[in-house]
Design a protein around this ligand. Structure first.
Ligand code: GBH
Length: 470
């Protein structure tokens, strides 16, 4: 069998992503104060092994070595987030030592010819703001705009790409409704309030940053899914898929790109008061033109309004019985598709990425002239260190290659996907899973903080060098 190489467009950017709380450590240094994740990780039972981000990958002290590693891998761009609690501890005035860290990091990246891709909010709200109501409090949106401007004061001259939020679905529904992430609240109403205020914060920050500098590339990153009905001919299944699509995708995409919440979603969540939080002018504020849309894709969803009875269920014991903690998803059941699983027990479904990119481009990005990037995609596997010290993570290489192939398929269908960030550069604090799940193309030994490039990292470096997969 011969396999032919498939090339990426000349301007396509290859990168890797991380987030502040997951890698930095130095949680109590240089003036940083608690974020909601510091607090949440102390709640008994909230995080596996009660792991926290106090040390994490110690990136705060090792960023120079980490940038050197990125350069060795040939990364063209690096997506990281700034910690609000470092930059403005307790949400208060600027902390010069905190912003200085990011300033040094950015200089290091630029010195290595790696394009910095900055995300302002990757889930780590200052605890002091949570105590004032967190994202369920409208005022947090304004505080977010102020924080964005503070980061811009220091980095605006050197960072061109600014992402407001990472995955507002997670910072609202997973955090304020399902209680699985910080701050661990369990209220459909608070989840919806949080979703709206996150969107508002996005709109306020985009407007303020745009006013500062029209040349900035501004955008947002969403975790989107492809929701399919188990039986496309069954009304209950089709409606379950519609609701998941509404609750994951359109509840964010529509306000951002069209300036309105979808009618069907408003009906689905009517009991939880979303419209109570929407003030006159909010939707116009949210509907700012943006330059980039980041898509984070991990897996799709096959859903029904009936529990899975499929024989495959026995082979996929983790198939969530219900998504009922999420507003509008009451009584929706996830069904296993029988696809191979990652260590998170997420099904591996590369073609879902192609389908998602085509759909999002057609309906939202292309009509508004917004560029599409895959800002996260990756997998946890149970890595094994071989006797010679190598980490032969063949399945991660296959995962990476298959998803890059799906991006090329989308490009072949006319979608101008402009770049890809593997999640993650290195193993790190996997939120409620602590350090148990490893997503990196670089292994971290948490005892010694040594980094070891996995085989997938070498494979990715080859892909970047060749600008092709084979
Ligand atoms: C990303 O979120 C994060 O941005 C990143 O910080 C994290 O480390 C990485 O992925 C790996 O987890 O069906 O209710 O179980 C993950 C996005 C969205 C993926 C929800 C799993 C399943 C939700 N996640 N999805 S549920």
């Amino acid at each position: 069998m011969t396999s032919h190489a498939r090339s990426f467009p000349p301007a396509f950017l290859f990168g890797a992503a991380t987030a502040a709380y997951q890698i930095e450590g130095a949680a109590h240094e240089d003036g940083r104060t608690d974020s909601i994740w510091d607090t949440f990780s102390r709640v008994p039972g909230a995080v596996i092994n009660a792991d926290n981000g106090d040390v994490a990958c110690d990136h705060y002290h090792r960023y120079q070595d980490d940038v050197a590693l990125m350069k060795d891998l040939g990364l063209q761009t690096y997506r990281f987030s700034t910690s609000w609690s470092r930059v403005r501890p307790d949400g208060g005035p600027v902390n010069p030592k905190g912003v200085d860290f990011y300033s040094r990091l950015v200089d290091e990246l630029l010195g290595a010819d790696i394009k910095p891709w900055l995300t302002l909010y990757h889930w780590d709200l200052p605890q002091a703001l949570e105590e004032k109501g967190g994202w369920a409090n409208r005022d947090t949106a304004e505080r977010f705009r102020d924080y964005a401007l503070t980061v811009h004061d220091t980095l605006g001259d050197r960072v061109g790409v600014w992402t407001t939020l990472n995955e507002p679905w997670c910072s609202s529904f997973l955090s304020y409704t399902a209680g699985a992430h910080a701050p661990g609240r369990q209220s459909p109403r608070d989840g919806l309030a949080a979703a709206h205020h996150l969107l508002l914060g996005h709109g306020l920050a985009v407007e303020a940053l745009r006013e500062r500098d029209p040349a900035l590339e501004l955008g947002i990153t969403l975790n989107l899914t492809v929701a399919k009905p188990v039986d496309p001919a069954r009304a209950g299944d089709v409606d379950a898929a519609r609701r998941i699509d509404g609750q994951f995708n359109r509840i964010f995409l529509d306000p951002i790109f069209r300036g309105s919440y979808p009618e069907d979603v408003l009906q689905d969540v009517a009991a939880f008061g979303l419209t109570d939080f929407v003030h006159e002018g909010d939707l116009a504020q949210i509907n700012q033109p943006i330059d980039t849309l980041g898509v984070n894709y991990y897996h799709g969803d096959l859903v029904s309004d009936r529990p899975a009875e499929h024989p495959l269920l026995a082979q996929a014991p983790t198939s969530r019985p219900t998504r009922s903690p999420y507003p509008a998803a009451d009584g929706v059941f996830d069904h296993p598709q029988g696809l191979p699983l990652t260590a998170m027990e997420w099904e591996i479904q590369p073609d879902g990425l192609r389908e998602l990119l085509v759909r999002v481009n057609t309906e939202y990005a292309a009509p508004t002239g917004t560029s599409l990037y895959v800002t996260e995609n990756g997998a946890a596997f149970d890595d094994v260190v071989a006797e010679d010290g190598s980490i032969p993570d063949v399945r991660r290489t296959e995962f990476l290659t298959a998803h890059l192939g799906a991006i090329l398929d989308a490009i072949d269908e006319g979608v101008d996907v402009k770049g890809y960030f593997y999640w993650s550069l290195m193993d790190n604090y996997e939120w409620a899973w602590g350090y148990e799940k490893r997503f990196g193309i670089v292994r971290v030994d948490y005892e010694t903080q040594e980094r070891f490039v996995k085989d997938s990292g070498r494979a990715y470096a080859d892909i970047i060098r060749n600008r092709a997969i084979s």
